[in-house]
Design a protein around this ligand. Structure first.
Ligand code: MN
Length: 514
């Protein structure tokens, strides 16, 4: 089990106050979870200690780490909100309650409304730190999923792929996304997983030695070209993302050009372009494969130069070139703005991976090495205290009117629904999004016109209500129908959505307005 010392050891320059806070949260969690065990038979504390550790490892501040240690107290133990507030203050209570609330956003096994569910998930979190805690909570749950009863595994793994992975992706958190999807993959698509493993083994079985050789050649060339301040690493493509690629390529693994990738991380953008020139001088580039995501970042903010080359040994290799800052952001996304840890400037030997133990032994050799890419993230920086950029802390605030941000996703969130949409649940847990001010009539017609046309009564949060009741975020809405029930003219004024108004007019035989 991770100890307090393990967690504090992840901090660069912890103050006495930081150490005190983490120790206090750890001891509090030990007492709260005493006597509870996980499905694995481990003490429950092992779970929250791991979550706290992983958050510290990502470089977040002591309050977020404390929230990670305390994240299951309110939900799973007799601890009350006021106990957390008295002992740790409002901010940590806010984070713990945020994580607790997120447990109610659940995937119920239908693919409808997944996009709404993802948005609801982000909106409910209210603060990016809540999402970071929740994503790490899920990561540890996925690492220990094999101990969970069989009938629960599939739902949890699918929820991970449908909700957590896209959220991590949209927030640019590439590292946690890759880990989550590779952990969920074998549960959700067992046959495909085996097939991908088989193809990869055949094709990339001996690739780690070859990659190591090629890496040495590239390193020497970069040094000869007077480029000094750089790190190189390589990775084998994640199994789940390889699966998606293979589906597009008729399962021909020879058509997957980024199966093996070498990464060069340098200090400046200028050095990125210099490196590109050096690489193309060394190895022959494949035509049309160069992508400049530095000049044209991906929608989630990802920046890098990609090019595909054939090495002198005939190996097809994708080369990814980026600055340290870009690398840090591609691993941690929006959370990178919250981290204390700064990318280091020198090569660092391998960091152990929490992931490598879980991979079938057949992949261990190169998975382990592919993880060496994380070595660039060892911290050397000066703590920046828990300063949260305003636009990040405002994620999820319904009245977000902060400064305009270039981030497409955040803007999308604000315009699309913070100001104008609400999310309500059906009795079976589907999420339906509606405009602000929508009523049960709008809800019913959004589900199906036949339900709208025969409403006989409505319950919101298990209570009978009038048809003109305004719905609110998170309401559970149940519509009762009766064959003989019919809409009235008044409903046209009550309804807010054009789809409901149109159906009501049609049912009443009224002409549609021009
Ligand atoms: Mn948990």
């Amino acid at each position: 089990m991770k100890t307090v010392a393990d967690i504090i050891g992840q901090f660069e320059n912890p103050t006495e106050a930081d150490k005190h806070l983490i120790t206090k949260a750890y001891d509090f969690a030990v007492r709260a979870h005493e006597g509870f065990t996980r499905y694995s038979g481990e003490p429950y504390m092992a779970h929250v200690a791991s979550v706290g550790f992983m958050i510290a490892e990502m470089g977040l501040g002591p309050r977020t780490v404390a929230a990670g240690l305390l994240h299951d107290t309110i939900e799973d133990t007799p601890v009350k909100a006021k106990d957390i507030k008295e002992n740790f203050g409002e901010e940590i209570l806010f984070l713990v309650e945020g994580v607790t609330k997120l447990s109610s956003v659940r995937y119920y096994g239908t693919d409808r409304h997944n996009e709404s569910l993802r948005k609801l998930f982000v909106a409910t979190s209210q603060d990016i730190r809540v999402l970071v805690v929740k994503l790490n909570d899920r990561l540890h749950n996925m690492m220990t999923l094999r101990f969970v009863p069989k009938e629960k595994q599939l739902r949890i793994a699918r929820e991970t792929l449908e909700i957590y992975v896209p959220v991590a992706h949209r927030l640019g958190m590439g590292k946690i996304r890759k880990e989550l999807e590779d952990l969920a993959f074998p549960y959700v698509y067992p046959a495909e997983y085996k097939r991908v493993c088989g193809l990869l083994e055949k094709r990339a079985g001996k690739s780690s030695e070859i990659l190591e050789k090629e890496r040495k050649i590239l390193q020497k060339k970069l040094v000869d070209s007077k480029l000094i301040d750089f790190n190189t690493s390589y990775r084998v493509k994640g199994l789940f993302s390889l699966y998606h690629k293979l589906k597009l390529k008729n399962w021909d693994i020879d058509d997957v050009y980024d199966l093996l990738a070498m990464r060069v991380v340098v200090s400046t953008v200028e050095d990125c372009y210099r490196t590109l020139g050096i690489v193309h001088e060394l190895w022959r580039p494949l035509p049309g494969r160069m992508k400049d995501y530095i000049a044209f970042p991906k929608p989630n903010g990802y920046q890098s130069i990609h090019t595909t080359v054939t090495t002198t040994h005939g190996i097809i290799l994708e080369i990814q070139i980026r600055t340290r800052k870009m690398h840090h952001e591609s691993e941690f996304g929006v959370a990178s703005h919250l981290t204390y840890k700064q990318p280091s400037t020198t090569d660092n030997p391998t960091v152990g991976s929490r992931f490598s133990n879980l991979i079938p032994s057949l992949f261990r050799p190169f998975t382990k090495q592919s993880v060496s890419e994380t070595n660039i993230l060892i911290a050397k920086g000066i703590p920046d205290k828990e300063k949260i950029p305003q636009w990040i802390s405002q994620i999820g605030l319904l009245s977000a009117k902060g400064k305009s941000s270039n981030d497409e996703f955040i803007n999308d969130l604000r315009q699309d629904f913070f100001s104008s949409r609400i999310f309500v649940f059906t009795p079976i847990g589907d999420v339906v999004d509606l405009p602000v001010g929508a009523t049960p009539i709008d809800f019913a017609y959004t589900i199906h016109s036949e339900i709208g046309n025969h409403i006989s009564g409505v319950k919101v949060n298990k209570k009978q209500v009038q048809l003109d009741t305004e719905l609110h975020n998170g309401d559970l809405v149940e519509v009762e129908t009766r064959k003989s029930a019919k809409p009235t003219k008044k409903w046209i004024d009550i309804a807010k959505t054009s789809i409901a108004k149109r159906h009501i007019r049609a049912e009443l035989g009224l002409p549609s307005p021009k």
